[in-house]
Design a protein around this ligand. Structure first.
Ligand SMILES: [Zn+2]
Length: 347
């Protein structure tokens, strides 16, 4: 029987679950997606997920597939294949790995989505050919995936890289974890909204001036994440607030308050990134995640500020670069987890 030559990846995002068949060069051959779900409807939705998986695998001989890799936005037990907790989706103790194995007969590796993104960039993206990379995802949250000496680094119980909760920002910014001044509270898309609202309030400006803006933006995925409706809140009320996309668009038109808020976000992120760059001294520090497409207003100034405030002897040898795989990084990286001995693959 020929050796497996195809990867199967699942990227569980806050607004979309993506599935893909990926070849040995990291190219996505086939895709499928479905909406994420709440724990209360778990059975129906797992059935949907399994159907999509069957559809994806249809037409390929089963022996061509390596193990399945899954990237998730939360805490996973990579050994047992159980999703311990995903704060945004509210999945608790879900034995996703064993369920997928039962359906497909394939091994399953679970990992945090940031680690999956780092692995994807290391193998097929901006980290190709390097040994040590840190991949920072900047989206609705902030986190860091690391490849050290050619292997994914998970740390104790695979919890390494939660830099979103480094306390580097203004204490007035409250984080989802309950802490104050977390990097995520001052450096993510949701953090930018908090900064903007605080600055608007200080000036006596009504943030709801954004309510007249169209709700349908081209960037549907980011939008859904930022507009994500908390349970029990009427949709119309939630949709009247600003979101990160709207703030970036207004900044591009020269809105002072938005430009000032983004500059503050950049400063917070630069502090976090300088900690990572100085501690790890990686070959490259790669900037990924939903907001990494904001090159001019976010990524370029962020790379410049990180260099400016970091210990120059270390950081002059660190390549700072935007991600190369874009939104596919976690999907492609998850599909290649069979190459990671840290996450159960046999390499
Ligand atoms: Zn926090």
């Amino acid at each position: 029987m020929p050796a497996p030559d195809l990867g199967l990846g699942i990227d569980v995002g806050a607004s979309k679950i993506q599935l893909g068949v990926i070849d040995a060069e990291g190219a996505v051959l086939r895709r499928a997606h479905l909406s994420p779900w709440h724990y209360s409807k778990m059975e129906d939705n797992l059935a949907n997920l399994m159907d999509r998986l069957d559809g994806l695998m249809g037409g390929y001989e089963r022996h061509r597939f390596h193990d399945i890799g899954v990237g998730l936005p939360g805490t996973v037990d990579s050994v047992t294949g159980v999703v311990s907790y995903t704060p945004n989706l509210r999945w608790f103790d879900l034995p996703l790995g064993p369920m997928l194995t039962e359906r497909t007969g394939l091994g399953v590796h679970l990992v945090q989505d940031t680690a999956a993104a780092a692995w994807g960039e290391y193998l097929y993206g901006a980290g190709q050919g390097l040994k040590n990379i840190a991949c920072i995802t900047i989206g609705s949250g902030v986190a860091c995936g690391m490849v050290i000496g050619g292997e994914l680094y998970g740390g104790a119980r695979h919890t390494a890289g939660e830099i979103g909760h480094l306390r580097v920002a203004d204490e007035s910014l409250v984080c989802g974890c309950g802490g104050r001044g977390c990097l995520e509270a001052g450096g993510s898309g949701l953090g930018l909204v908090k900064i903007f609202e605080r600055n608007a309030k200080a000036l006596g400006v009504e943030p709801r001036r954004f309510q007249d803006w169209p709700e349908e933006h081209p960037d549907e995925q980011l939008d859904q994440q930022l507009y994500r409706q908390p349970e029990g809140q009427p949709k119309d009320r939630f949709n009247q607030g600003p979101n990160a996309h709207a703030i970036f668009e207004a900044a591009k038109r020269g809105d002072d308050l938005c430009l000032k808020s983004i500059a503050e976000m950049v400063e917070n992120l630069a502090l976090g990134l300088s900690v990572v760059a100085t501690t790890l001294a990686p070959d490259a520090l790669i900037l990924s995640g939903g907001l990494s497409r904001e090159r001019e207003l976010l990524i370029e100034p962020l790379m410049e500020r990180t260099r400016a405030i970091s210990y120059h002897t270390v950081v002059e040898n660190v390549r700072l670069a935007p991600a190369a795989l874009g939104a596919d990084a976690p999907l492609v990286g998850a599909a290649a987890l069979y190459l990671s001995s840290e996450y159960g693959g046999a390499r």
